[in-house]
Design a protein around this ligand. Structure first.
Ligand code: HEM
Length: 434
């Protein structure tokens, strides 16, 4: 489902201006509310208090420095326990899959997985898409409710994006990024990214994450059964690739790195659930924000430092993982608010990061906020290098099309409903004079 948004003029100012918000703030608010019509306003209503107890949700932390304190204090706060991510994911993924681990065992598994995210490994994973050019151009793939026109199942999706834009066609960036993220999952599970494989991988990931809601601490029994079934189907090829031990596949490489089959399958599941929707969410939102703030030309310019600042600032204002959950292990206090063992702490990352205002890559970065969108402490995002490489690959593809003083301009857009990570369902781009 999607929140249908009226087409706007090339400048995109009409809707937001009439409501007194900046275009960037207006559209971001739409995207957030379409995904979480109740939880998002509830979380935002806590934003002016550093720490506050919100009924049914938990102890909400909206201050970046306090959020960091909680994330680094592993003695009192854990991802395992009542109200923590373990409640959500252990029944689906099983024990010991990074997201529901702590301590020495967790650190050892992260170390073992580290080489999969080395700069070279990540480059290979992402470059495969760009290099594997489309011999099946013009195909149309249905993923959920989105149609990936000309996506060629993820293979060559980015070169295709460049070609179509440069040829003056209107492209759907959300669909292209979905196909790209699906192709990366396929490689993670050891499948060639055919149309069918990309479609099933994306539907599977979305079917599972779409069940999660902030006000519910876990999934219902039928939801767990469904999620396990979907995940089993998705990871079946990964199991086969692991057993075959082919080092050209990610599961085969996991075996080489010394992971047991159970650890490798758990890690594949964790990667699919954490690393798909975040990318699908972020890239179109970044491009939309750049359009809404007049930053597109600078984002796509041949200036690595300018791009880095714009991407970081985009991550700060979009916060693709809007909240992080912890369970209180033993009585403590957060910013003067007492918390008891078993309480749930909700780090409202979206409040912490957005407190310093709207998108402005020229702003001096606040050290407390910096990279908080990727977490802090022992659970800091393991996939950050892969995420940044995927973002870069899409920006390179857009940049390659933006020649002769033309830039991609946003046309019609729709926010996605019923998703865990707020996102555009579609974001149309056409090249126009800057
Ligand atoms: C823009 C994209 C992304 C954002 C904003 C993001 C954000 C985060 C955040 C905030 C956490 C910490 C959660 C917590 O402490 O509770 C996390 C953990 C994690 N992320 Fe990402 N992520 C992104 C992309 C990815 C990708 C592409 C992967 C690829 C596999 C990935 C894999 C992971 C894993 C495995 C963890 C768990 C680490 C652990 O528990 O030790 N992420 N991510």
């Amino acid at each position: 489902m999607s929140a249908v948004v009226q087409p706007r003029g090339a400048t995109g100012q009409d809707g937001p201006k009439s409501r007194g918000a900046s275009p960037e703030a207006f559209w971001e608010e739409r995207v957030q509310r379409a995904a979480h019509p109740l939880a998002y306003p509830a979380l935002r209503s806590a934003r002016n208090r550093p720490v506050v107890r919100v009924p049914r949700i938990g102890v909400v932390v909206s201050d970046a420095a306090l959020a960091r304190e909680v994330l680094l204090d592993v003695e009192h706060f854990s991802k395992v326990g009542p109200g923590a991510p373990s409640d959500l994911w252990t029944p689906v993924l099983g024990q010991a899959v990074l997201l529901n681990m702590e301590g020495a065992e967790h650190a050892a598994l992260r170390r073992a997985l580290g080489p999969l995210f080395s700069p070279r490994a990540v480059r290979e994973l992402v470059a495969a898409d760009a290099a594997d050019s489309a011999d099946r151009l013009g195909s149309a793939v249905q993923v959920g409710s989105a149609v990936l026109v000309g996506a060629a199942g993820g293979a060559g999706v980015l070169p295709d994006l460049t070609r179509r834009l440069a040829a003056g066609q209107t492209v759907d960036l959300a669909a292209a990024v979905t196909a790209q993220a699906g192709a990366v999952i396929c490689r993670m599970v050891g499948l060639p990214p055919t149309d069918d494989a990309v479609r099933s991988a994306m539907s599977a990931a979305q079917a599972i994450t779409g069940m999660v809601r902030l006000h519910r601490h876990g999934l219902t029994r039928p939801q767990v059964a469904r999620a396990r079934l979907v995940l089993e189907q998705l990871t079946a090829p990964a199991r086969a690739a692991y057993r075959a031990g082919d080092p050209a596949t990610v599961p085969g490489r996991m075996r080489d790195l010394g992971l047991s089959e159970r650890e490798a399958m758990g890690a594949v599941g964790a990667f699919v659930l954490t690393g798909t929707e975040t990318i699908q969410s972020f890239v179109p939102r970044l491009v939309a924000i750049a359009h809404d703030t007049g930053w597109t030309g600078r984002l796509l310019a041949d200036d690595a430092e300018l791009r880095r600042r714009a991407v970081e600032e985009g991550l700060r204002v979009t916060v693709p993982t809007p909240a992080m959950l912890r369970s209180v292990r033993s009585d403590a206090s957060v910013g003067g608010v007492p918390v008891a063992a078993g309480d749930r702490v909700v780090i409202a990352t979206v409040n912490c990061c957005r407190a310093s205002g709207g998108f402005d890559p020229d702003r001096q970065a606040d050290p407390d906020v910096r990279h908080l969108w990727f977490g802090a402490g022992p659970h800091f995002c393991l996939g950050m290098p892969l995420a940044l490489a995927q973002v870069d690959a899409v920006l390179d593809a857009l940049s390659a099309a933006a020649t002769d003083g033309r830039v991609p301009v946003v046309g019609r857009r729709r926010a996605a409903r019923g998703v865990l990570v707020p996102a555009y369902r579609s974001l149309e781009l056409t090249l126009e004079a800057a």
